[in-house]
Design a protein. Structure first.
Length: 157
């Protein structure tokens, strides 16, 4: 790209030099009414081209400055967004840890409740088992008494 720019600039300068050599007669320039400047045509053309190049360079600088300002704004926004993302990720990690802790507590509660239910059912079953032999022994004793009264010597069931 630099070589292309150099070639274009060289061709422009060569063309202006050749034009200046061929056009040496004076020309009058009216800047404002009543003010007239006479100079060789080649000098006037060089001044016009130089002024145009200077204006193009100034506009180029202005455009680069605007792009740089936009770039700074975009970088600032990007940094703010990355900070916000980090904060949100940190909050998400805290909430996930909190939720996992609550989930573990909920899982432990049914197990403890289930263990309590099992221990209660075992305790009640033991109580029932303890009651049954007494009931069976009472019913056996009652059956033996009835059999003795009736005079039968049959063994109890």
């Amino acid at each position: 790209m630099r070589q292309l720019n150099f070639l274009l600039f060289f061709a422009l300068c060569l063309g202006l030099a050749l034009f200046s050599i061929e056009n040496t007669q004076t020309a009058a320039i009216n800047l404002i009414p009543g003010v007239q400047i006479e100079a060789p045509l080649s000098i006037e053309l060089l001044l016009a081209v130089g002024t145009g190049a200077m204006l193009a360079w100034i506009f180029s600088l202005w455009d680069q400055l605007q792009r740089q300002i936009e770039s700074w704004k975009a970088q600032r926004e990007l940094k703010q967004q990355s900070r916000k993302i980090e904060e949100l990720e940190k909050t998400l990690a805290e909430l996930q840890t909190e939720t996992e802790g609550e989930a573990l507590e909920l899982e432990e509660e049914p197990q403890s409740t289930q263990e309590e239910t099992e221990s209660l059912s075992l305790a009640s079953a033991e109580d029932m088992d303890g009651d049954r032999p007494e009931e069976e022994s009472e019913s056996t004793t009652d059956n033996q008494a009835e059999n003795h009264e009736n005079g039968s010597s049959a063994a109890p069931d």
